[in-house]
Design a protein around this ligand. Sequence first.
Ligand code: CTP
Ligand code: MG
Length: 220
Amino acid sequence: MHAVGIVAAAGSGLRLGADQPKALVLLGGRPLVRWAVDALRAGGVAEVVVAVPSGERAAFAAALPAEVRLVDGGATRTASVRAALAAAGVDVDAVLVHDAARPLTPPDVVARVLAALAAGAPAVVPVLPVVDTTVLVDAAGAITDAVPRADLRRVQTPQGFDRATLDAAYARLDDAAELTDDAAVVRAHSVPVTTVAGDERAAKITVAHDLALAELLVKR
Ligand code: CTP
Ligand code: MG
């Protein structure tokens, strides 16, 4: 199996509110995108393509090893992954799609995803249980129902795919489609998606609090 890693790093990071693209924000002195690329490589993915905000190539090139390929991302995460997928080599038969915003993903998570693909799964995502009581509310904020949480999972990245399966799913997906992850892209075409254990350390950096927590983890 020859896997390529795709890192979605073309977002602006509005909710983090930094004065530069979120993927370039420093954590322990290294840009988030560098952490994400290193996590993939440490987990066994040699070749990596990164989707970057257009106009930011030079800054990302300076933040990453020379052998990492850069492509211009799009206006949505879906468009960014689509662009990076198109740049993957012809000899690639598996794809791992990862968020630059998950810098502290342990290599073990990457290895579990690769192992499930090698065992024949067409699509695999790392997940964690939901630990809080989870409810539905109406427009006024009143609880209308509780959701049984035993069957709920929180979905992380990297998400792994058989390359032909992911290519076909993106080819059939509407250009304007905006899905929050890649499992949703293949599920739209009825591909079964299996799960492996995720890790709390693979949490996504979305708001300033997430970055502060990550800094504490790095210092420890
Ligand atoms: N992403 C991307 N291309 C986009 C939008 C998002 O590659 N057009 C990437 C982000 O760089 C990030 C990942 O998708 O690594 C997850 O998205 P999110 O956490 O929402 O990051 P941002 O979109 O940058 O943040 P925000 O939504 O707060 O603006
Ligand atoms: Mg976003």
